[in-house]
Design a binder for this molecule. Structure first.
Ligand code: MG
Ligand code: ZN
Length: 230
């Protein structure tokens, strides 16, 4: 009986311990004056493509060395190479199989960027979590905004099937809207599902391919968590 209880408490402690570490990370970001936007979503939802379009837009307002990208992936550097071509600072984290980032991953990436001191010259840091619609949402990384990326091809029940992920997100992006008409997805249903689970998060329709909605997403991020200009 005691051991049954113990198992339950261990699970709880892991999450609360991570939450404490995430608060420490947030203090580090705030002391450095950098705003952190984390992107979460299933594999193939287009997180990296959305980030590419956003970085292009950010570079009209910010210098390349004011922006950093941390890419979490199980095994490759493919996403980070796509972002690196814009000249922004970048670090790849390979988790070695773990399907989400945890605070120590981000701490290691910050170290690779030059440590907490190096964060002071940044305005914006983007974290792309491992492609996974479930556990990354349970492990906060101290980001000022958690941006959930879903896409129309994943099926219109995506949000109902992932209620917790939908609820904890600060911004909800529905990507690939240029494809909606071809696959007959009920976009209004996707939007109303997301809205009923999460009444507070802006829901932004984008197409990373055509660029539609990227300006709205950019302005939303700036409005909710405005970065300092260096
Ligand atoms: Mg990616
Ligand atoms: Zn995981």
């Amino acid at each position: 009986m005691a051991s049954t209880k113990l198992v339950k408490f261990i699970g709880r402690d892991v999450l609360s311990e991570n939450a404490k570490l995430a608060e420490r990370l947030r203090r580090l970001y705030d002391e450095a004056g950098v705003k952190v936007y984390e992107f979460l979503g299933g594999p193939g939802s287009g997180k990296t493509s959305v980030i590419e379009r956003l970085v292009e837009r950010m570079l009209r307002d910010f210098k390349p060395d004011e922006i950093a990208y941390i890419g979490g992936d199980i095994a490759t550097t493919l996403d980070t190479e796509r972002i690196a071509k814009y000249g922004v600072r970048h670090v790849q984290i390979n988790t070695g199989g773990t399907c989400h980032l945890e605070v120590p991953h981000v701490e290691a990436a910050i170290k690779a960027l030059g440590g907490p001191e190096a964060l002071r010259s940044l305005s914006i840091m983007i974290i792309e979590n491992v492609g996974n619609l479930i556990c990354p949402f349970n492990f906060p990384l101290g980001a000022h905004l958690r941006v959930m990326v879903a896409d129309v091809t994943e099926g219109e029940d995506k949000f109902i099937k992932h209620p917790l992920s939908t609820r904890v997100s600060d911004v909800i992006v529905i990507n690939k809207i240029d494809l909606a008409k071809y696959i007959g997805v009920d976009l209004d249903k996707m939007i109303s599902d997301a809205r009923s689970l999460n009444p507070r998060a802006p829901i932004i329709l984008v197409s990373a391919r055509t660029g539609e909605g990227i300006e709205e997403l950019y302005q939303t991020l700036l409005r909710l968590a405005p970065p300092a200009r260096r």
